[in-house]
Design a protein around this ligand. Structure first.
Ligand code: AMP
Ligand code: ZN
Length: 480
């Protein structure tokens, strides 16, 4: 199976992903800030990362997936103050909700989900090293800043020019508004001295009471858990600057080693052409979409059906298209599994575990080729549907069906669709007006308990090749 090629923001090139060590790829994803339910934009990024991980596994690698939980920052603290709850109560609740959503979306769980608040010492150690080496300074109020001018390579990820860096700096922390404290506008905060608004959220440090800045947690946790496998680091495109740029600066300067090699960023999701916002009434969570009657797999399909590096525009209409595409995939899956005698869950488990299968026919080779080429999901789906049009499972013998079933489900696994959530749509049939009228007469006769007429009309319908299926509220017609 060919390697997965991904576009690396650091080099601006498409590169085959290969681990720095052995057969395990280290993959760090910036996780959610747990102060509210993650929205569908957040999930566009998390689902793209899930497809990335699945594709790497299918390509034959083990993936050590780390995704942090940002459980202390301005937003989490503000939420805990508004609700009169402790920070832990707030963040634990939203962490639970986030994990449930991930499960409903059929996302693979990261092996490690570190919390920022449980890694304060690691963050202090990193700052101490930076201060010692002259890359950072402490201010009088007990905050610690990274000195951007001390790192020549600052800006290598975002490629922003020096002038732009000083005007684009954005970290909405109270300390950042204390500009006079900083040596330079471009310097960013790593440790924020305790402020009255922080309430009881603070830790002791060599510089006094305070709390870590957002950028620092990812540097410290990524290096703690992936120290030797610094392969992929990923997030939404809004994280390129300043978050990832700052992570690189802190990490490379504190350890004198290169940080991650592949930086993968997912473009944003717009809703009905605009940025999502509660005031515009276009802000959706998974729960909102489920309340409209769509299962999570349908939303998963809609959120990942576009190429991940392109902005996509989500509309509720796209869910209907997703529903019928999934229905075709489920129908094919059911038919090929029946012809092969394989069971879906066992087959998917074997694929997840990395069991190698041959695909001597290359039936779905094109689909894989597209998917492994920077996760080109739209083209991969196009290739899959082309095969589905011409391949009839009932025409295959069992051995042939096994080959096709395995190749097809490798792609289904990579795309992460839980087909058990999909209801196969009945094919739409054109019903002649005369048949519809006959069936209506029969229904009316039945309602008025005229059983003889109803039986006669049933017979007549049958002779013309139609069957009426009655329910409590009416009938449906089906060709025989
Ligand atoms: P947050 O919880 O705000 O830290 O964001 C979690 C992840 O979602 C990050 O990788 C963000 O870059 C990403 N993200 C935020 N908004 C969007 C959006 N509208 N579309 C895609 N990804 C997003
Ligand atoms: Zn991060």
């Amino acid at each position: 199976m060919s390697d997965v090629v991904l576009h690396n923001t650091l080099t601006r090139e498409a590169e085959p992903i290969q681990p720095v060590k052995g057969k395990t790829i280290g993959m760090y994803c910036c996780g959610p800030t747990v102060y509210a339910q993650a929205h569908i934009g957040n999930f566009r990024t998390f689902l793209s990362q899930d497809v990335m991980r699945r594709a790497l596994q299918v390509a034959g690698y083990k993936v050590l997936h780390v995704r942090n939980l940002t459980d202390v920052d301005d937003k989490t603290i503000q939420r805990s103050r508004e609700e009169g709850k402790s920070l832990a109560e707030v963040t634990e609740h939203w962490t639970r909700v986030f994990r449930e959503d991930c499960q409903r979306f059929n996302m693979l769980s990261p092996q490690i989900e570190p919390k920022a608040t449980e890694h304060i010492q690691e963050q202090i150690d990193m700052m101490s090293a930076l201060l010692e080496k002259g890359f950072a300074y402490a201010t009088e109020d007990g905050s610690v800043y990274f000195k951007v001018s001390s790192f020549d390579e600052y800006g290598k990820l975002s490629r922003l020019k020096e002038r732009e860096l000083t005007t684009t700096v954005a970290d909405n922390s109270p300390n950042d508004s204390d500009e006079y404290e900083r040596d330079s506008m471009a310097d960013f905060v790593m440790w924020k001295s305790r402020k009255p608004d922080d309430g009881d959220v603070y830790w002791d440090s060599p510089w006094g009471e305070g709390r870590p800045g957002w950028h620092l947690e990812c540097s410290a946790m990524a290096m703690k858990y992936l120290g030797k496998n610094l392969d992929i680091h990923s997030g939404g495109e809004d994280l390129i600057f300043p978050h990832h740029e700052n992570e690189i600066a802190q990490s490379e300067c504190s350890c004198d080693t290169a940080f991650f090699r592949y930086w993968i960023h997912c473009a944003h999701l717009l809703v009905e052409g605009g940025k999502m916002s509660k005031s515009l009434n276009n802000f959706y969570t998974l729960a909102d979409i489920e309340a409209k009657g769509f299962p999570p797999v349908t939303l998963r399909y809609a959120l990942t059906a576009g190429a991940y590096r392109q902005t996509i525009n989500f509309t509720l209409d796209s869910l209907h298209a997703a529903q019928s595409a999934l229905s075709r995939l489920k129908k094919f899956s059911d038919e090929i599994l029946e012809a092969s005698g394989l069971k879906r869950s066992a087959l998917l488990k074997a694929i997840e575990k990395g069991q190698r299968f041959d695909d001597p026919w290359g039936a779905f080779e094109m689909g894989w080729k597209e998917l492994s080429d920077d996760l080109n999901i739209p083209s991969a789906l196009g290739a899959i549907f082309t095969v589905l049009k011409r391949l009839k499972p009932a025409e295959l013998d069992e051995a042939e069906a096994v080959v096709v079933a395995v190749a097809f489900h490798k792609l289904i696994f990579s795309l992460g669709y839980d087909l058990d959530q999909v209801v196969v749509e009945k094919p739409k049939v054109d019903i002649p007006d005369a048949i519809q009228a006959l069936a209506q007469q029969r229904w009316d006769a039945k309602q008025s308990k005229d059983w003889d007429t109803a039986d006669r009309l049933r017979q007549e319908l049958q002779e013309q090749g139609w069957k009426a299926l009655d329910s409590k509220d009416g009938f449906e017609l089906e060709p025989i």
